[in-house]
Design a protein around this ligand. Structure first.
Ligand code: AQP
Length: 333
């Protein structure tokens, strides 16, 4: 326990906005699993963030449980880490409101995710979508996190989190630990297999662009075989070869091979052989996850037990920071 207290704190969350993707896994969740022994890890399903885009309630309920079981199947162990559901821990909404009042309109307007999602959901540009980064800042700051393992797309939100924390600390003293983003060297930005200029997303309308963790092997292989490449017919990492670069990134992230090693391995071979090798490597990486997911999703009582235990721990830890912040801004008991 003494040792536990010396460990640095890791916090990260994922939205249950659909089936978890290979991008989510390589960019974030795989690191969550790897960090569990070295750090005090606190992870969440960010279901409050998810409703910034309209969801069908029955589907959302299913997505939450599926996402919870999928992330556990990747190797999150609730005996070592906390893995809670954001909407079950009321401190998040309360901290978000406080931080909204310390976040500038101009800062939120510059967020590329807000711009992208507003363009994608032009009929529902709601205030929650706009203030998403202050809710996320609260998620992280509530736990006094040292490190936040995320994909490259979240870098801007982490930077804003640090700016908000520094502003608050500047006014009131050391309330929040200033966190640091932890972005993997390989797999930080997995792109769509159909449009390699866009990131792979849970909500991609083109089903062939996105590999889901729970896709059966034959579906995964079909998606890789259909992946967009180019007419160069040479496996090398170079500017303008976005489709091939993306496949090399995925292959490298899964096998641990460098771009040089991959180029040598496929020297003189065509894209057909390369795509098959990438497909096979991903299938083998995801196979145990899918098998474990099937066991977990069949045991709803166990899942419920896991998140209830984690919800309580998260509430206890986050209440300490929330109470401090409330006192600092001048609220009375
Ligand atoms: N394509 C990606 N490559 C690498 N990392 C990625 N992440 C997301 N997409 C990629 C990382 O996964 C974590 C969880 O993401 P999220 O669910 O909070 O939100 P998101 O980034 O908006 O993910 P999606 O899949 O694109 O969801 P939708 O379609 O709902 O918007 C984060 O650490 C993220 O960096």
């Amino acid at each position: 326990m003494e040792n536990e207290q010396k460990k640095q704190v890791v916090f990260s969350a994922i939205q249950p906005s659909g089936t978890i993707t290979l991008g989510n896994y390589l960019g974030a969740v795989r690191n969550w699993v790897r960090m569990q022994d070295e750090y005090n890890c606190i992870y969440a399903l960010a279901d409050m963030h998810t409703i910034t885009v309209r969801q069908e309630p029955a589907q959302m309920r299913k997505n939450i449980l599926d996402a919870y079981a999928s992330i556990m199947a990747c190797g999150i162990d609730v005996e070592k880490s906390i893995f809670f559901i954001q909407s079950h821990v009321h401190t998040h909404a309360e901290m978000a409101w406080i931080l909204n009042c310390y976040t500038q309109f101009g800062e939120l307007s510059r967020m590329t995710q807000f711009k992208d999602k507003s363009a994608k959901h032009a009929d529902n540009i709601n205030a929650g979508l706009f203030t998403y980064p202050s809710l996320m800042a609260g998620d992280i700051l509530l736990y006094q996190a040292d490190k936040v393992p995320v994909g490259a797309d979240q870098k801007q939100h982490i930077e804003l989190t640090c700016d908000i924390a520094k502003r608050f600390n500047g006014l009131y003293g050391n309330v929040f630990k200033i966190p640091e983003g932890f972005i993997p060297k390989n797999g930080a930005r997995v792109m769509s297999l159909q449009n390699p200029l866009n990131k792979m997303s849970k909500s991609d309308e083109n089903a062939n662009g996105c590999v889901h963790l729970l896709d059966p092997p034959e579906v995964i292989m079909k998606k890789f075989k259909r992946a967009v490449t180019d007419s160069d017919a040479c496996v090398r990492y170079a500017e303008g070869k976005d489709g091939v670069n993306n496949l090399m990134t995925i292959y490298g992230a899964v096998t641990g091979k460098t771009y040089d090693e991959i180029e040598k391995e496929f020297d003189g071979k065509g894209y057909g052989d390369f795509k098959t090798a990438v497909g096979e490597a991903v299938i083998e990486e995801l196979r145990p996850i899918r098998e474990r997911y099937e066991q977990l999703i069949a045991d709803k009582a166990y899942l419920e037990d896991c998140y209830h235990k984690s919800d309580e721990l998260a509430l206890r830890i986050s209440s300490r920071t929330l109470n401090k912040a409330m006192k600092k801004v001048g609220f009375i008991k």
